[in-house]
Design a protein around this ligand. Sequence first.
Ligand SMILES: Nc1ncnc2c1ncn2[C@@H]1O[C@H](COP(=O)(O)OP(=O)(O)O)[C@@H](O)[C@H]1O
Ligand SMILES: O=C(O)C1=C[C@@H](OP(=O)(O)O)[C@@H](O)[C@H](O)C1
Ligand SMILES: [Mg+2]
Length: 172
Amino acid sequence: MGSFYLVGPMGAGKTTIGRMLAESLSLPFYDVDREVEDRSGVDIPWIFDMEGEQGFRDRESAMLDELGSGPRAVIATGGGAVIRDENRSLMSNRGVVIYLCTTVEEQIRRTAKDRKRPLLQKGNPEETLRKLMAEREPLYVQVADLTLQTDENSPRLVVQNIVAQLRELGYC
Ligand SMILES: Nc1ncnc2c1ncn2[C@@H]1O[C@H](COP(=O)(O)OP(=O)(O)O)[C@@H](O)[C@H]1O
Ligand SMILES: O=C(O)C1=C[C@@H](OP(=O)(O)O)[C@@H](O)[C@H](O)C1
Ligand SMILES: [Mg+2]
């Protein structure tokens, strides 16, 4: 059945909820962004500066492929991992995809103090988030096996809901 992949926009809670979900399911946890940073020895803003977004996307796809080939785990992706067809096929074919959704208003609140998401460091972050949501939401929906709203619920409750749904569907 493969790994559990968390997808959704920046600030949806993929990293936070992924770590807790892994603990709850007694599985290893990987965050694709973190693994890319550990492997390259530099942070994501540096990669965007030096190699551009395409350079980051190449590293992200390679890491997703590597992690997806390993033993079963919970894998938190970055918000843009769904834009490449190859990444969406990999996740759908190899595992169970969980879409964490949120509103742009909540994304703004949750990412306001962050300086590590290069796409939000220039221009108007609200406009950027709206544009990205319009482009990517259909892709999150397309790839998702299950969808969870994160706006009204604490991370703990979201994890409980995910586990309940995975059990119901026979995935764990
Ligand atoms: N359900 C939630 N309710 C409130 N705050 C949340 C929730 N999920 C995540 N957060 C907070 O939002 C911020 C971004 O979460 P993060 O896990 O980094 O999101 P992502 O990996 O999807 O970009 C963090 O400060 C986190 O504590
Ligand atoms: O939406 C995006 O394109 C990105 C989301 C980030 O991950 P989070 O969704 O975990 O913030 C990170 O991969 C990078 O800054 C690009
Ligand atoms: Mg994250």
